[in-house]
Design a protein around this ligand. Structure first.
Ligand code: SME
Length: 159
């Protein structure tokens, strides 16, 4: 049975550092990808209250919506399109302070103002992306990038 998450007080880095071991304990030795991605999305939503958080997974030549928390979202994204498709194409983490300034940004919701996308890289190949959206401008920085990259590097070992 899943334990309730312990609420971590403090700055953003402290919250990530407190959350990561709890996510690892929550997942334990479970290897089901959908179950694990769903719980990671829920844990991040619960800890940080992000507007939208979820996964897109590479299926053939597109990203297809996976487990997420938040309002309904676009189902399919082409390689190189929007922030997610660009992160996939470049295999890079992208931090976007103002989504309206990002060429080709895909607006799943007009309330989304800033975004971070982290590729899920397994055996040298991008298998999906983690997308986190905020309803405020410039929510994400190198602290989010560092910790979400660390989370995703581990996550690919359990999906
Ligand atoms: N804004 C993203 C699309 C996904 S949604 O925000 C959930 C993009 O430009 O790739």
């Amino acid at each position: 049975m899943a334990e309730d998450l312990v609420k971590i007080e403090g700055d953003k880095a402290t919250k990530y550092e407190g959350l990561f071991p709890q996510i690892q304990a929550l997942i334990g030795d479970e290897k089901d990808a959908v179950a694990n991605l769903a719980n990671v999305a829920a844990a991040l939503k619960e800890a940080f209250g992000f507007f939208w958080i979820g996964f897109y997974l590479v299926k053939e030549d597109e990203l297809v919506l996976g487990p997420f928390q938040g309002p309904v979202a676009c189902t399919r994204i082409q390689k190189g399109r929007g922030v997610c498709g660009t992160s996939w194409e470049k295999a890079e983490t992208l931090v976007v302070d103002d989504v309206e300034q990002f060429p080709g940004h895909i607006a799943c919701s007009s309330l989304s103002k800033s975004e971070i996308v982290v590729p899920l890289v397994k055996n040298g190949e991008v298998i999906g992306v983690l997308d986190v959206d905020s309803s405020e401008i410039a929510t994400f920085d190198s602290v989010d990038a560092t910790h979400l990259n660390q989370l995703c590097s581990w996550l690919v070992t359990v999906i």
